[in-house]
Design a protein around this ligand. Structure first.
Ligand code: PEP
Length: 232
């Protein structure tokens, strides 16, 4: 299958205050200059200010509540993110996943109902010979009925790679992405976990990988631009 235009997403996690909006502007300028498709998943407190500054990079949230509103102290609904200027949101990142995968499906449904594109995250917790079957089961349970796959991406993030330095070998990724392609329909498939400017091009060249979800290396333009360049 022909390679699709890569999608490069950064996840700032619980990093960033107003002084970091200058980095959003630098990243935005690079996205514009390189003509790549990219997004930054920011802390909710930065979304509105970042969205006002961003011309080319999409701004997204890192999680949303499955309910539209209610007695959920600390919760942020998909509609609240949308109103703040977000156009996308992660669902089921391993650092927010709680309960079973049906809660991820409920969040993904709520996100699309509010007009957001959704990035559903899956990944096994530790190295396992059964990773393909584990991730397949997790994904099936995380996809809500009626998901609009043209506004969805699936991010495969092996939890044992997030925050570390190792990425899975090409044979492992080939097994997983072949399975994901069969399950995901037209949804784009991203890889996440220890991505940086040094390995981005190699990962993007692997069959089935349509883009990257980047944590640490997305927080500054100095680190993120080389990843964007790999997609240009
Ligand atoms: C992540 O948490 O989504 C992630 C991929 O982190 P890192 O790139 O820092 O491993």
């Amino acid at each position: 299958m022909a390679k699709r235009r890569p999608l490069i997403l950064g996840n700032w996690k619980m990093h960033g205050t107003g002084s970091d909006l200058a980095e959003v502007e630098r990243i935005d300028a690079a996205v514009q200059a390189l003509g790549v498709e990219a997004g930054l998943m920011l802390p909710a407190t930065l979304i509105e200010r970042a969205a006002r500054r961003a011309r080319a990079v999409a701004i997204g949230g890192q999680d949303c509540h499955a309910a539209a509103q209610g007695a959920h102290t600390g919760g942020v609904s998909a509609a609240m993110l949308r109103e703040s200027g977000a156009t996308m949101v992660l669902a089921g990142h391993s650092e927010t996943r709680a309960g079973d995968a049906s809660s991820v499906a409920a969040k993904a449904h709520a996100a699309q109902a509010a007009g957001l594109a959704v990035v559903i995250c899956v990944g096994e917790c530790e190295r396992s010979a059964d990773a393909r079957a584990l991730v397949a089961a997790q994904l099936r349970a995380s996809l809500p009925p009626g998901l609009d796959r043209s506004r969805a991406a699936i991010a495969y993030e092996p939890v044992w790679c997030i925050g570390g330095s190792a990425v899975p070998d090409a044979a492992h990724l080939a097994r997983i992405f072949e399975m994901l392609r069969g399950e995901a329909g037209e949804a784009r498939l991203l890889y996440g976990g220890a991505v940086d400017g040094g390995n981005a091009a190699e990962l993007l060249a692997l069959p089935g990988i349509d883009g990257l979800l980047v944590g640490r290396a997305s927080r500054s333009a100095d680190d993120f631009v080389p990843v964007l360049e790999a997609a240009a």
